[in-house]
Design a protein around this ligand. Sequence first.
Ligand SMILES: [Mg+2]
Length: 245
Amino acid sequence: MSLPLVFDVDAVVLDIEGTTSATGYVVDVLYPYSRSRFGALLAERSDDPAVLRAVAQVRELLGEPDADAVRVEKALDEWLDDDVKATPLKTLQGLIWSEGFARGDLVSHFYDDVVPVLRRWHGAGVRLHVYSSGSVAAQRAWFASSPDGDLLPLVDGLYDTENAGPKQEPASYRRIAEASGVAAGRLLFLSDRPGELDAARAAGWHAVGIRRPGEPYYEQGVGDHAQAGSFDEISVSVSTSGSTT
Ligand SMILES: [Mg+2]
């Protein structure tokens, strides 16, 4: 981990939990907050198209087309307990967290090295995208309500399991490359999970494993991927050799 990692790419795609931010914050602060708000959300926003769609997805996953709000809330609580990455759970959590952040109940977390480096990369013309199992709504709220203020102006694209697909499948990374208009070889993915790094590499991307002490995947490591203990160890620039002047 002593040598600097140098990349000539057009865009960096960021995982959140364990990479830009502490997984513990999500589990310790955000999960209990969402649990306390599922019932109210299902009752107060039952006409909201996003809520309606998520409830239909819950019923489908349960195989119970007539499941009522109490049954749906119980399923959401159980998935939260078991850390099931169910899309409707993520969608509804995203809505709840958006409200919580907007109200000022919640402030997100970023490791100290992250924001200065993101500002530097953005200033150098590197495009920044997010790819997290948390929903796009949750990602938006997370970046808008950081301890350093609104970071959304730094971010070009937000991808989740709904608009891109599962994080351990190469097809999801091909989808993001296509959607962002950046060639696979010009993309760098940063994540703490080896399965995600494998999938990105299989899609032709560059990938660096982020290893932060205390994170769930720290001991396991990132396999044979390049690795960094903080964003400071990674150097990213955009080559101008291909441009016409
Ligand atoms: Mg992660």
